[in-house]
Structure formats: C-alpha cells, structure tokens
Write a protein that binds this ligand. Structure first.
Ligand SMILES: CC(C)(COP(=O)(O)OP(=O)(O)OC[C@H]1O[C@@H](n2cnc3c(N)ncnc32)[C@H](O)[C@@H]1OP(=O)(O)O)[C@@H](O)C(=O)NCCC(=O)NCCS
Length: 177
C-alpha cells in the first residue's frame, strides 16, 4: 500500500476513553446544539462505541446498546460532515455486526432521515416497524437485520507425521547391552 493510500485508509476500532474529545468534536460538528457528552462518556465506560478513522483523522463513531428487548441496538451513528460518502457509516455498521454474529440487530432513524435509511438498506437492514410520538410529525422507523453467523475458519488438516527411521536391529540389541 502506498503512502497516500495509507493516509486515507478507513479503519474502525473500539472507542476508548482517550477518544472522548474526538467523539465530542464530531458530535458538535454534526449537531452543534445537541451535545450528548453524558451518553458518550457512559458508552466509552461500558465499551459500547466504535470510532472510525480516515488515516489518522477521526471521521465518525457509532454507539450501541443491548437494551432493546435484550437485542443489540445501534443508538447513534454520526459521521463528520467533511467525511461523508466515503463508506464510514457502512464500516461502522460492519464493526457492530462483528460483535453479534447470528443475532438480531436493530436500529432506528427518523422518517425524514433519507441518508440513514439508505445506509441501512445498503447494509442489508429491512424495515421492522414504526414508533410515533417521539418527535412530533417525524416518526421513528425501526430497522432490523439478522446478522449472519460467523463462518468458522476450516480446521487445518493434521500433517502426516514423518516416519521415524528405526535403527537397524543389530544396533538396538547392542545398545541394550
Ligand atoms: C447518515 C450518515 C451517518 C451517513 O454516513 P456516511 O459515512 O456518509 O455514509 P456512507 O458513506 O457509509 O454511505 C453508504 C451508502 O448510503 C447511502 N447514502 C449515504 N448518505 C446518503 C445521502 N446523503 N443521500 C443519499 N444516500 C446516501 C449511499 O447509498 C451510500 O453509498 P454511496 O456513497 O456509495 O452511494 C451521515 O450522513 C451522518 O452522520 N448524518 C447525520 C447524523 C445522522 O443522521 N445519523 C443517523 C441517525 S443516528
């Protein structure tokens, strides 16, 4: 991989406490009036967040819970406005899928959030219901995906043991003496 390619390589990892400032900055850039510092701190403490980097630059994050009828639920996906349409949200969804193989994964977004609905559709989610009366006139659409089970890597075939050469009979006898 070339130097420039490496600089822009998209990677996702578990968010840790030292990422808090980056999460807050992305949150502020996406929704300046809508700070969720408490939620972000809690998600980091409980290891329920992923952060995406474009090279070394924080690009977006995802917070999940296991509170939705005991199923995994993606609570929040935020991508910095300057990092959009580069597959960041898709990669964050893949990261959360990797922690719940074979399980049901839920999420939601407002009816007017076409971008997020497209992201869900692209990632294989289907509509699962609707919740009204959360935001006035803008119902919450529930999305669902049955995450495929992790395919076990094929076990390596045992190598045939090399046959040990036996010492000629004479020598063996002579050793016993
Ligand atoms: C919605 C959001 C998370 C998408 O993030 P993103 O990193 O730009 O999305 P991706 O690049 O992974 O997009 C994957 C696909 O989704 C679709 N998509 C994404 N954004 C879209 C948009 N604005 N309009 C139409 N389709 C869109 C496209 O099909 C896209 O693939 P393509 O770029 O190859 O055509 C981002 O716009 C965002 O942070 N919005 C504000 C916060 C928000 O609404 N969060 C979701 C609810 S919590």
């Amino acid at each position: 991989m070339g130097l420039i390619e490496r600089e822009f390589k998209l990677k996702v990892e578990r968010a840790r406490f030292h990422h808090l400032a980056a999460l807050i900055e992305i949150n502020k850039a996406v929704a300046p009036k809508w700070h969720r510092n408490k939620l972000l701190r809690a998600s980091l403490k409980e290891k329920r967040a992923f952060i995406a980097f474009m090279g070394r630059i924080p690009a977006g994050f995802l917070v999940w819970t296991k509170d939705f009828y005991s199923h995994h639920f993606i609570d929040l996906v935020l991508v910095h406005p300057q990092m959009r349409r580069k597959g960041v949200a898709q990669e964050l969804l893949k990261a959360v899928e990797s922690i719940c193989p074979g399980n049901k994964l839920f999420s939601s977004t407002n009816r007017n959030n076409i971008a997020m609905q497209k992201v869900f559709q692209g990632a294989g989610f289907i509509k699962s219901g609707i919740i009204t009366h959360l935001d006035k006139g803008n119902p919450e659409l529930i999305f669902y995906k049955k995450v495929p089970p992790r395919i076990a890597a094929p076990k390596p075939r045992p190598r045939p043991r090399p046959k040990r050469k036996r010492a000629p009979r004479k020598n063996r006898r002579s050793k016993r003496k």
